[in-house]
Design a binder for this molecule. Structure first.
Ligand code: HEC
Length: 184
């Protein structure tokens, strides 16, 4: 009896072994396919326009602003104002554009502290697009949530300054300039 039962028992194991093999192949493939799908989502081809502008803006920031406003936008208290929650940066975009185009040399109040240092005039070295991008980045990063700035807006503000290259004299003059707004 036992001699007959043995081969029968062995044969009945075959489907179980096959099922186990198929299960192993399947379970190995699923995480792989999920990872591949994740990779595709992260590809720059599907990056939305705002994210792309911020990424480009971060490069402009690293090249031009980081020396004073520091890598995480925190500035240096008393010397260079922080850009996190910064009142002039996050208010109307026109004022932020004016600051980057001409720079500032006089006193200005930033978060309860008066700064009276010098910010360079980037209008001479940076294109309208670069200025739009760096402002989109700084206004939308480190917890800042102000809206993006586009190239046409920078061009309009630049045109309104005419041939002026002299930096803003400080917060007083920047406030006064708001009265002749050129952006809606
Ligand atoms: C050489 C140092 C220096 C560099 C480089 C610099 N800044 Fe400034 N920034 C200043 C100073 C100083 C002030 C405050 C002005 C003052 O003291 O009169 C300022 C003020 C500002 C403000 C207003 C801050 C507020 O409270 O809202 C903004 C916005 C700003 N800078 C943006 C930028 C951007 C964007 C760049 C790069 C394109 C940049 N800065 C590069 C020194 C610098």
């Amino acid at each position: 009896m036992t001699e007959h039962a043995e081969p029968q028992k062995g044969a009945s194991h075959m489907p179980a072994v096959l099922t186990a093999l198929i299960a192993i192949v399947f379970l190995t493939a699923v995480p792989f396919l999920v990872l591949r799908a994740g990779d595709r989502r992260a590809e720059p081809a599907v990056m939305d326009a705002d994210t792309r502008e911020r990424t480009e803006g971060e490069k402009v920031y690293q090249r031009n602003c980081v020396g004073c406003h520091e890598p995480r936008g925190q500035g240096r208290p008393g010397q260079y104002p922080s850009l996190i929650g910064a009142p002039w940066l996050l208010g109307d975009k026109e004022t932020a554009i004016r600051i980057v185009l001409l720079g500032v040399v006089g006193p200005m109040e930033c978060e309860g502290r008066t700064y009276n240092n010098a910010m360079p005039n980037f209008g001479v070295n940076l294109s309208d697009l670069d200025i739009a991008r760096v402002l989109t980045f700084t206004r939308g990063h480190w917890g800042n949530q102000a809206d993006a700035v586009n190239e046409a807006e920078v061009a309009k503000v630049r045109a309104s300054l005419g041939a002026r290259t002299q930096p803003w004299g400080g917060g007083g003059e920047l406030d006064a300039a708001r009265k002749s707004a050129v952006l809606p």
